[in-house]
Design a protein around this ligand. Sequence first.
Ligand SMILES: Cc1cc2nc3c(=O)[nH]c(=O)nc-3n(C[C@H](O)[C@H](O)[C@H](O)COP(=O)(O)OP(=O)(O)OC[C@H]3O[C@@H](n4cnc5c(N)ncnc54)[C@H](O)[C@@H]3O)c2cc1C
Length: 507
Amino acid sequence: MKRRGFFKLAGMSAAAFAASGVLAACGAGQLPADPLRSGSDEGGGNPSVAGDSGVSFSSEVDVLVVGSGIAGLSAAMAPAEAKRSVLVVDKLDLLGGESYEANGVMRVAGSAVQQRAGLHATVASEWRARKKELEAAGTTDFEFARTLFEAATSWADHLADEYGAQFADPAEYAQDDCNTSVLLPKGGLGDMESVMVPLRDGLASKGVSFLTGLRAKAFILDEESEVCGMRFVANEGGSMTDVRARCIVMATGGFVSNQALVHAYTPDRERAGCYTVASMGEGQLLCASIGGQLTGMDKAAPLTGDLPQVSAWSLFGPVAAVDTQGVRFAREDGSGATADACFEDERGLWWTVFDGQLSESSQSRSIAELTSKNAKRIAGPCDDEDALAGQMGVPADKLKATLERYNEQARAGKDDDFGRTLFLKPLEAPFYAVKQQPMRYRSRGGAATDGMGRLLNATGAPISRVYCCGAVANGGSDGLASNGAFGMLAGQAVASFLAEEDGRENA
Ligand SMILES: Cc1cc2nc3c(=O)[nH]c(=O)nc-3n(C[C@H](O)[C@H](O)[C@H](O)COP(=O)(O)OP(=O)(O)OC[C@H]3O[C@@H](n4cnc5c(N)ncnc54)[C@H](O)[C@@H]3O)c2cc1C
């Protein structure tokens, strides 16, 4: 029999931990900190490593999910539905992570919501276009990306049917071959609350517990060096909480906000700023501390603008991006193409020029909100190009020539300069423009997993009881729907593992 009192800690080094920064609010609406299920108190005063005190479990659960973004919450679904005890812990004071802050463009094809809107696109019919998009964004594992694209359909359906997640009616923003594989939250861009709050509440009603303000610091290993729990440190006061779990799902997001890791893996991007402190790469470091393999972290992810919703406007109406010289320099409808080109060509910042078609589009709420909140960086309404150039502070002759050429190409239906296809329509006065600069908003690569989300070691073997999903994992860097689907698949694998283990023990 195991001596269950013997535990070791395997965690982030002090240096890596110090790089982890401060807290940021993320606004998902804080759940009351549910008391943990009472559990065994084992191992107090036992051996410890790296100066940490002995392990003392304050609670015991079947499944511990670390991180409450879309991947973590989606991973909690299957175990909760199988009536397992599930605890979700986040280091921030509010649930939701970056997922809650995201624009909400979810790449999904063939969901029930889309079918009800009369869209006939399926995963099969949309895969070619999606693959092209992923390719442009740096994806290399297309087999797994396709698995996630497929799973995203049932993920969206399950979120709506089982949890009451609210999506916008695709008939409002998808026509012909435009946006046929896009789901948006009910209120459009910037409203992930419509998806994540029902999910959180549905999980809570199934018995899932949530704790915030606790940062995962070290895996707890038993005497056979098998993972059996996680140590957390409280943001306020620094007290330790040890949680024992049969399975741990790491869903801690990417590392794009960790300057040290960006410097180490994608140094060419270190000069671009970032948004949040959610994505500090702590999960990747924790996984590495127990022998998990980290892969693909040197692949730079696309950038976006520092007003990310503005970067998504080009999916819903015509815009033209011009630099400080009034010159167009990139296609506007690619995943991060404008921000990438602006950064790589050292243009510093760019202007997104738009007209009434966008402000009257399906995303009018986002446009009205962003323009009123950022009045100092908005130009317009302007009755002609000269007035617009004056407000933007760019050479009027160049801006005029740029917009004339753009409109010419739009009327011809072919963007010979940059290959833009979506909403290639002429712009007409009154004109507006909004100023942006490139920012990092996601990373690539991370913990290596198999298709079930099991963490793999250097030889490719699974590390028992540890799963990863979403942006913490190598396969999960491609946005909300694929990270949600990844979470769902990992959660299903955890639920099956526990059922099999119970079956073996009861046999
Ligand atoms: C501004 C912005 C806009 C975006 N817009 C879109 C979009 O429109 N469409 C799209 O597909 N993608 C978008 N993305 C990308 C998308 O948000 C991410 O791909 C996705 O949110 C990742 O989900 P996740 O659950 O893996 O990570 P997250 O949502 O970041 O969740 C990770 C959670 O883990 C917690 N955590 C981290 N470390 C610890 C620790 N040590 N202990 C405890 N908790 C920890 C964090 O606090 C966080 O809550 C956007 C990203 C940003 C920043």
